[in-house]
Design a protein. Structure first.
Lengths: 187, 88
């Protein structure tokens, strides 16, 4: 996203402060992305619809508090959505569900020129189950939502270096587990 | 036990499902309703605060008024003179 686009979105937010109807274009633009982001963490369409509606409602109600921090407005929506999802799971005491899109995973494998197979995929999912929620969150934002570290830091309310460290640590853990599998296979 | 549940999703959310849930006018209605609710709540809280402050002011004022009135009455009342009773 260019600097100019970010500025233009901020102007829309500025207009929405006086007239809430001006928020419409941002809602239309980001609804699908936020819906999918929440759906990945709930795997429940109705629950996702509720949380998504709540996300935009909170955004619209707090539009006067929004401060420009050099990141796209979408990062603010992701931040609210992430908080709402966490709040829901804390309240319901349920285990968080990450439903990874197979098509997207295949694209990631192809981009990294890694061999894609059903077996690798099952192993990856098994290994990911042992990662902490914090690590899964950064991986999701980095590789499935394709966010920059600056945005991830804003969304998760951490520093940019922490976001990078968390991502690399998660990748390292996965890499080590795969290496162990390869080594054991050779022996 | 694994920390999180990870699932593989083989189907994407179709456009019709997204279309079904996307409704800006409903969101706007909810927003206006929320704003009205917030405003009413704020007015209610302010009224309570004003009422409590008024009652406290009245209590303080009446306390001082009563005190002042008592002092005034004490000043007004004649000072009893010492009289020795004569025995017949």
């Amino acid at each position: 996203m260019t600097e100019e686009e970010i500025r233009r979105e901020y102007e829309t937010i500025d207009r929405a402060r006086k007239d809430p109807a001006a928020f419409g274009p941002l809602y239309e633009k980001y609804f699908d992305r936020i819906f999918n982001f929440i759906f990945t963490q709930t795997d429940d369409e109705d629950l996702t619809a509720d949380l998504c509606s709540q996300t935009f409602l909170i955004a619209l109600g707090n539009v006067h508090k929004y401060e420009f921090r050099g990141v796209p407005v979408s990062a603010w929506f992701y931040k609210i959505a992430s908080n709402e999802v966490n709040k829901h799971f804390n309240k319901s005491n349920a285990r968080k569900v990450y439903s990874l899109d197979e098509v997207h995973l295949r694209t990631l494998f192809e981009r990294e020129e890694e061999e894609y197979s059903e077996e690798t995929l099952i192993r990856l999912i098994e290994f990911m189950k042992d990662l902490s929620s914090e690590m899964l969150e950064v991986l999701q934002l980095r590789f499935f939502e394709e966010k920059e570290f600056k945005e991830i830091a804003f969304i998760l309310n951490i520093s940019e270096s922490s976001a990078k460290m968390r991502t690399y640590r998660a990748l390292d853990q996965l890499r080590i587990k795969f290496k162990v599998i390869v080594r054991d296979g050779k022996e | 036990m694994a920390k999180n549940e990870i699932k593989l999703r083989r189907r994407l959310i179709d456009e019709s499902a997204l279309q079904r849930h996307r409704n800006y006018s409903l969101l706007l209605q909810k927003h206006y309703r929320e704003q009205r609710k917030k405003r009413s709540k704020r007015i209610f809280i302010y009224s309570i605060v004003v009422a409590v402050v008024t009652v406290l002011l009245l209590i303080t004022a009446s306390y001082f008024l009563i005190k002042w009135e008592r002092e005034r009455e004490l000043k007004k009342a004649p000072i009893p003179t010492q009289q020795t009773e004569l025995k017949p």
